[in-house]
Design a protein around this ligand. Structure first.
Ligand code: NOJ
Length: 564
């Protein structure tokens, strides 16, 4: 299947390249950088929302689904971008934010004006007899998930910001509108869709309180109707284009649900994003905390998902970074002492796995979180709400700031660093968000003498050259090793062993005897691996700080090497 050997590049347009000098990235800026994107060897570009929006949540509060925000350009610019990328065989993946609309969307405005037709587009409920809100659910951006619906006495549901009103997917008219929006973009030559938080669209008619002490997300996540709605949407829109690639963002989900969403037999989506591997640095499961990441937990989660999705016939979207996550380099490795090794090791973990890798802009040059020093440097609504909430909980300003610095989504949204200098080659004006460290890290420097960018290009190419990477089965390896994340892949007589050290010190790991005659498919160190004699039939290899080593052997079926 074609998306098995594909790689997706994610562009956050506000932060990629500003062609006008107003400090905000735009579509013409992306057009200017098409040759760079093509040079990576990727197959699709996922563009974060560029639709008209009041911008309370940086475009995830859409006020018109069929237009381009004037700050981002014009529809002609978009068409030109589709064509320019298409000229390199690269498809555009558009971000469909269909769980909620902005409260400035015409549907919501008409609903507020009393239009019953549009009132049924949203989830409106009266207060309870005692005046309490309809349920005890909380917004993912803080505070209650209900807000007064004008002066009607009703409340509307907003799982996200106050200005992001949840749509009522139980209403067939909403489902028809949504399919029509997807078809509009199909008509523009779009052959890829990313569906924002799509696993929360299936809310029940009767909305219930989360029982005391339980997580309210269970009350509306992965509801039984999601599958029905997705199948219906696929049949009415993207499912009609066999080459279209689709990915659903699945919030707080399960392997079982994700198998359902991505098993081809179900005709829902091609693949899913899940986030459990990015919660291994959440103290007690809470995002707005700080904690060193838990390597055993990270290994366990990645392995469980690889095994479980494979067993069920599902397919993972593989990623470390996106516009909502602090940079993985800062979270899971050592950008200070081992930036190059860390970045290339992390990339190896993802790119040789079973699934479709996603590269978030800047990751391929080893961009890191900015070292901001004041809360005034942060702009994201989620971070600013969280900061206030932490102060309310009794943290000092300094403590609250430390948490924001570690967890804010702004960390990922700093401008793409094209070159050294004040605007980072991103803008000739004042950037909307201060770049992190363009004088140390930039595309220009990487192209000249860097080791991260060429390594990414190589990994992306390997997926196309080696079916064991794109199609091979996944097999766990050394799950109990304290320092190394490892796995095997197998495909028609080819066997791959991937060893990735998450430590800043040297470590050793046993290698099955069958890999003694292997060759190095890829490594982030230039020298040959150091082999060590070990117990029994196995040998061991020494891994240097943050070393990634992938060994390939071609051989007929042997007892110790499984085949698919
Ligand atoms: C997930 C998006 O990735 C995030 O940026 C956004 O805030 C929420 N969904 C709400 O749309």
């Amino acid at each position: 299947m074609s998306f098995h050997d594909s790689v997706v590049y994610q562009v956050y347009p506000r932060s990629f390249r500003d062609s006008t000098g107003n400090g905000v990235g735009d579509l013409r800026g992306v057009i200017e950088k098409v040759p760079y994107i093509a040079s990576l060897g990727v197959d699709h570009v996922w563009l974060n929302p560029f639709f008209p929006s009041p911008g309370r949540d940086n475009g995830y509060d859409v006020s018109d689904y069929r237009a381009v925000d004037p700050a981002m350009g014009t529809m002609e610019d978009f068409e030109e971008l589709v064509e320019a990328l298409g000229g390199h065989g690269i498809g555009v993946m558009v971000d469909m934010v269909l769980n909620h609309t902005s409260t400035e969307h015409e549907w919501f405005r008409r609903a507020l004006e009393g239009d019953k037709h549009y009132q049924d587009y949203y989830i409106l409920r009266p207060a309870r007899a005692d005046g309490a809100l309809p349920t005890n659910w909380v917004s993912k951006f803080g505070g209650p998930a209900w807000a007064p619906f004008g002066d009607t006495g009703l409340y509307y549901l907003h799982l996200y910001d106050l200005t992001q009103a949840d749509l009522n997917w139980r209403n067939p008219a909403v489902r028809a509108e949504v399919a029509d929006i997807v078809n509009f973009w199909r008509g523009k030559g779009v052959r890829g869709f990313r569906f924002d938080v799509i696993n929360v669209i299936g809310k029940s008619e009767v909305l219930l309180d989360a029982p005391p002490g339980t997580d309210d997300r269970a009350m509306y996540t992965d509801g039984p109707d999601v599958h029905t709605y997705l199948r219906e949407l696929a049949a009415a829109s993207f499912g009609r284009d066999p080459g279209t690639v689709t990915v659903g963002e699945m919030s707080s989900t399960s392997i079982e649900a994700c198998v359902g969403y991505s098993d081809p037999a179900n005709h829902e989506l091609d693949m899913v994003f899940s986030f459990h591997h990015l919660k291994v640095d959440y103290a007690e499961g809470q995002k707005w905390t700080t904690m060193d990441f838990d390597l055993p937990a990270l290994k366990r989660v990645l392995n469980d998902w690889a095994v479980g999705m494979q067993a069920g016939g599902g397919w993972n979207a593989l990623f470390w970074n996106n516009h909502d996550q602090p940079r993985a380099l800062n979270r899971f490795a050592d950008p200070g002492r081992y930036r190059v090794e860390s970045a290339t090791m992390l990339a190896t973990v993802i790119h040789l796995m079973r699934g479709t890798p996603y590269v978030y802009m800047g990751e391929e040059i080893g961009m890191t979180d900015p070292a901001y020093t004041s809360i005034g440097d942060y702009v994201d609504v989620e971070a600013l709400n969280a900061y206030q909430e932490l102060l309310t909980q009794g943290l000092t300003q300094e403590e609250a700031f430390d948490v924001v610095r570690a967890k804010a989504r702004d960390n990922a949204r700093t401008p793409m660093q094209w070159e050294p200098g004040p605007g980072a080659g991103f803008t000739r004006g004042t950037p909307w968000l201060r770049p992190a460290n363009q004088d140390q890290v930039s595309v220009e420097a990487e192209e000249r003498q860097g080791r991260i960018l060429p390594y990414y290009r190589r990994l992306i190419a390997l997926r196309k050259q080696y079916p064991v990477v794109s199609e091979g089965s996944y097999e766990p390896y050394a799950l109990d090793h304290p320092d190394v994340l490892a796995y095997q892949r197998h495909h028609e007589g080819q066997h791959l062993l991937v060893l990735c050290s998450f430590r800043a010190y040297e470590t050793t790991i046993e290698v099955p005897a069958d890999f003694q005659d292997s060759r190095v498919l890829v490594s982030n160190y230039d020298d040959e691996p150091t082999w060590l004699a070990s117990d029994g039939a196995d040998v061991a290899v020494r891994l240097r700080p943050y070393q990634a080593l992938a060994l390939l052997v071609s051989c007929p079926v042997r007892s110790s090497l499984q085949t698919d």
